[in-house]
Design a protein around this ligand. Structure first.
Ligand code: NAI
Ligand code: 15L
Length: 268
């Protein structure tokens, strides 16, 4: 049966705020969790993923989990370790113990951020490229994907790992024209990831059907995802303001964009 009650972690964040508006339209009842109180949702669970007991209680009785909580940009290794690596482990362990069947994991393009982006007639980036994290943040997403594989192989807990490009109301950079996922397409993809059968552990690219797409959406479409949006209407204005991407600029040469070249966050 299709999942009905879904735990949405990271519900106070940017993507969480968009998804708690959009996902109920697909018939889900959401239970919300975040470190911070969630605006307009007094029933939301305010808890840190570090708190194993709170996490176990939060997952009890849900049909599935959409796991967005965590640090969403580069940070010190210690912070990433606690929130993204240990926190995601606590969530998977709680899900296993409580018998939750499926997790949709918010992975990121930064798990494979060092992958060269296609130029000219190059083929689109396939979903099975090797992990090439561009940051400790991206490394934590590699960990999350591998954790998901382990929990599928060992415990039969299913995951769809969505390597999200950039999910914001509008694209705000020329790079985003290639990796943008409109919020409406994001909800379509999460819904497909929650309802497709026999996903085991499936990795998909998360974006709209952009004219300037860099990556292959085949595995996402195989879940039943049919993107309806394209960033192209934003292209003219963004390119006029920012110029075309210079392929010889290291900050523009790879999938992860400036995450590849940004100076490390200290303390390292
Ligand atoms: P965000 O930073 O706006 O939201 C993350 C939320 O997680 C925050 O509300 C924060 O309070 C919560 N959180 C952080 N640590 C926590 C902890 N230890 N326990 C409980 N809650 C905690 O990030 P955004 O943009 O909403 O992204 C959501 C997820 O999607 C993140 O995992 C991010 O890495 C991933 N993602 C997002 C992309 C995007 O375009 N928005 C692109 C790729 C991945
Ligand atoms: C991410 O993984 C971040 O969470 C998001 O804030 C954006 O920076 C996005 O990647 C991106 O690559 O644009």
């Amino acid at each position: 049966p299709a999942p009905r009650t879904v735990l949405l972690t990271g519900a106070a964040g940017g993507l969480g705020t968009l998804m708690r508006e959009l996902l109920p339209e697909y018939g889900y009842t959401l239970r919300l969790l975040d470190l911070r109180p969630v605006d307009g949702a007094p029933d939301a669970i305010v808890a840190d993923l570090a708190d194993k007991d709170a996490v176990r209680e939060a997952v009890r009785g849900v049909d599935a989990i959409v796991h967005l909580a965590g640090i969403s940009l580069e940070a010190s290794f210690d912070k990433i370790l606690r929130a993204n690596i240990e926190g995601t482990h606590h969530l998977y362990e709680a899900a296993r113990e409580e018998g939750v069947r499926r997790i949709v994991f918010a992975s990121s393009n930064h798990a494979v951020g060092y992958t060269p982006r296609p130029r000219g007639d190059d083929p689109l980036i396939p979903v099975d490229v090797p992990h090439r994290p561009d940051t400790f943040y991206g490394l934590s997403k590699c960990f999350g994907e591998d954790l998901a594989q382990l929990y599928w192989d060992k415990h039969g807990l299913e995951t769809v790992s969505v390597r999200i490009g950039s999910c914001f109301p509008e694209p705000t950079s020329v790079r985003m024209l290639s990796v943008w996922m409109s919020p409406a397409d994001g909800a379509r993809l999460f819904h497909a990831a929650l309802t497709a059968e026999n996903v085991g552990h499936t990795v998909v690219h998360g974006s709209s059907a952009n004219t300037r797409l860099w990556w292959d959406l085949t595995s996402a479409r195989a879940l039943g995802y049919e993107p309806r949006d394209d960033s192209e209407p934003y292209a003219e204005k963004l390119i006029a303001e920012q110029g075309e991407l210079d392929p010889d600029d290291p900050a523009h040469a790879r999938l992860g964009g400036h995450f590849v070249t940004d100076p490390p966050v200290w303390p390292h």
